[in-house]
Design a protein around this ligand. Structure first.
Ligand SMILES: Nc1ncnc2c1ncn2[C@@H]1O[C@H](COP(=O)(O)OP(=O)(O)OP(=O)(O)O)[C@@H](O)[C@H]1O
Ligand SMILES: [Zn+2]
Length: 653
């Protein structure tokens, strides 16, 4: 019996032959990647190459079906390729002899490595499948495929939700970067500081409290207040005292324990009572209740073993107090450089600290439910558990899109540019609650490119900054690399080179420009109205940036170096205009960047904004379509488009 008879009956002889002779590149060998490898091999694909940078972790085994416990520690791509290779069905009677050899080739590395994965590499393949979990890598593959003219079948899942789409420049369809990738949830600062109402608010507060105690620069925490300033919160003095003791070497552990008790008293009793006395919570739905002195004292004198406390049970308030004392005393004993400056969900002490501190605050503010360490970790790290079934469904849908592309390639022969997938492929959504028509999987037409997309439409980028404060170094790091995804930028001003890097570049020649502010660069410098050209040969990308100079914004420290990519708002500190129905400029809520932004923790998708900005955002509504995969954030529902009425059931044609 021919093991591929089923496939042949479904797709036809010519298509099966195309499947057997095509070359496929798969980027990412994790949850979706394993499903894809299984689907591809069982469908008869004989040449598949996989790029993945990771090794197999024990936590992957529940859903990454090609891996077993003996594979833990080995590269995902190597094991995935071996297992999938052995699953490719061979035909009986030597019929497979006329077919190309079965090659499942692993590339253990980062797809952003321009020395290995470049446009000519991509051009070897009939199509590329993405099974990634982060924006940076997706952005890179998007650009490589656009430059190479190779179709990309992109997918992402978040819990029960999944999306699949096809990107192909010659087909004039939207690319991955045509829409802003929303990666941050926004909470007003005042909610976090004074009026929390949800567990996530107290967890964010706990992370900031961690920073206030352990970060080398206390000002990095949004809870920081200057003791010399106007009416600092009552806890600032005791927190600063504890910080000093922690930073001084050889402090008596008893002094630390006493100082922690003082901080707890100030945070959960004195400050709350002060706010109540000032009538702050008169109109609030729930009035906070200060922590009882009895709980504080019992917790502080507890001798429970905190390090091995349950991670799945909810700790009592007394135990939370004991945990905080234990965490701070433990940090005091550690060498300074071993205590993390900012919270990391994978650091045991940091996680115990944040669980305890946020639960005490939730208790005081009557916020339900209190969290176990395990569930607090989910919220703090914004983890939505991956669901194997969603991955399997999306991978299957990706392979169906592959069939459509390959069928079109049979019709168009070798003419890469003649391929038009606009009306062939679909944008597919997997949803948790069915549509009015009872569908859980919906498909709509691929959207056209965004005319303002600088990646696929070479649109000019407006950039607003202070040219007398911004150095070339910051321009490269914060704007070109971090914000715009350039790998090896070359900067040209009025026809002359200002900066060059990458293969064969003579960066040393331009080294002296790095520390210069933009207006003082050679060739007349970058001034108000200058048009700067930036090339990146590694991704065949050339852009033009039109610079608008704006003096350092009122109220901002020069060191914060704010900038706005996109249309600048009339004035960043202008109050929201209530009467206007006009949507805000795309970048109006852009967060001022600091140099530290480059070290952002990927898990930290929560930002704080001030009340005015928060109101402006809610009043104007969020018009963005959610990202294909927003790490850890439910893509909710796709914004309604003109195509949404054309929902259809997926079928193989
Ligand atoms: N820049 C990159 N280059 C190559 N592979 C990448 C890159 N970024 C991510 N990946 C790979 O993409 C895969 C994504 O798979 P998945 O979302 O299942 O993540 P995971 O790390 O396996 O699971 P989890 O994060 O849930 O533990 C991972 O195997 C990861 O190694
Ligand atoms: Zn685009």
């Amino acid at each position: 019996m021919n093991p591929l008879a089923g496939i042949e009956a479904t797709v036809g002889k010519d298509m099966l032959h195309k499947i057997q002779t095509s070359k496929i590149l798969l980027v990412g060998g994790g949850g979706i990647g394993c499903e894809l490898l299984k689907d591809l091999s069982l469908s008869g694909f004989r040449h598949v190459e996989v790029i993945d940078l990771d090794t197999i972790d024990i936590s992957n085994l529940n859903r990454q079906l090609l891996f077993r416990s003996q594979h833990v520690g080995m590269p995902k791509c190597t094991v995935g390729c071996q297992v999938a290779h052995d699953m490719v069905p061979e035909l009986e009677g030597g019929e497979s002899d006329n077919l190309p050899e079965v090659i499942y080739k692993a590339h253990h590395g980062n797809v952003c490595d321009a020395s290995k994965f470049h446009v000519p590499f991509i051009q070897q393949f009939n199509l590329v499948l993405n099974a990634l979990d982060n924006v940076e890598a997706r952005r890179r593959v998007n650009r490589l495929c656009l430059a190479a003219g190779v179709p990309l079948v992109e997918a992402g899942t978040t819990g029960y939700l999944g999306q699949v789409t096809v990107i192909h420049k010659p087909s004039q369809v939207a690319c991955y970067e045509c829409k802003t990738q929303e990666t941050q949830k926004v909470y007003p600062i005042c909610t976090i500081r004074s009026t929390p109402s949800m567990p996530v608010h107290t967890i964010v507060w706990g992370k900031e409290l961690y920073k206030l105690l352990f970060h080398s620069k206390e000002g990095e925490s949004m809870l920081y207040e200057d003791l010399e300033g106007e009416e600092p919160s009552t806890y600032m003095e005791s927190v600063m005292k504890l910080r000093k003791l922690l930073w001084d070497e050889g402090t008596d552990p008893k002094a630390i324990a006493a100082a922690v008790e003082e901080v707890l008293q100030a945070l959960y009793v004195t400050e709350i009572q002060k706010q109540l006395d000032m009538g702050r919570y008169k109109a609030a739905k729930k009035t906070p209740t200060p922590l009882s002195n009895d709980t504080l004292q019992k917790g502080c004198s507890s001798s429970e073993d905190c390090a091995s406390a349950s991670t799945t049970n909810i700790w009592s308030t007394e135990h939370c107090v004991a945990q905080l004392v234990d965490c701070v005393c433990m940090a005091a004993k550690m060498p300074r450089n071993e205590v993390l400056e900012s919270f990391d969900k994978d650091d045991d002490m940091a996680m115990r600290f944040v669980t305890a501190t946020s639960n005490l605050r939730s208790h005081v503010f009557g916020i339900d439910p209190l969290q176990s360490l395990y569930s607090a970790k989910g919220i703090a790290g914004n983890i939505i558990p991956a669901i194997a079934t969603t991955n399997a469904i999306c991978a299957g849908l990706q392979v169906l899109q592959c069939f459509k592309i390959l069928k079109e390639q049979i019709l168009k022969g070798d003419n890469r540019d003649g391929l038009d997938l606009k009306d062939i492929c679909k944008y597919i959504n997997c949803i948790r609650n069915n549509t009015r028509n009872g569908l859980y999987i919906t498909a709509s037409q691929l959207e056209p490119p965004n005319p303002n997309c600088f990646v696929c439409k070479n649109a000019n980028i407006p950039l607003t900054l202070d040219v007398n404060e911004f150095t070339l170094e910051l321009f490269l790091k914060l704007i070109l690399k971090k914000r715009l995804g350039f790998e090896e930028p070359t900067i040209i001003l009025g026809g002359d080179f200002i900066w060059e890097e990458g293969d064969g570049a003579d960066s040393e020649e331009y080294e002296s420009n790095l520390k210069k502010v933009l207006s003082k660069l050679p060739c007349g410098g970058i001034q108000h109205g200058s048009v700067v050209e930036v090339d990146d040969a590694s991704q065949n990308l050339t852009i033009q940036v039109t610079v608008t100079h704006q003096d350092v914004w009122e109220g901002d420290e020069v060191d914060d170096n704010p900038f706005i990519v996109g249309d600048a708002p009339p004035h960043r500190h202008e109050p929201p205009r209530k009467e206007t129905a006009e949507p805000p400029p795309a970048a109006a809520a852009a967060k001022p960047a600091t140099e530290e932004d480059g070290d952002d923790d990927d898990d930290d998708i929560i930002v704080m904004i001030d009340e005015d900005e928060a109101k402006a955002q809610t009043e104007n509504g969020d018009k963005k379509r959610p990202a294909l995969d927003v790490e850890g954030e439910a893509p909710a529902k796709r914004a309604k488009t003109s195509h949404d009425d054309e929902i259809e059931v997926i079928e193989i044609d």
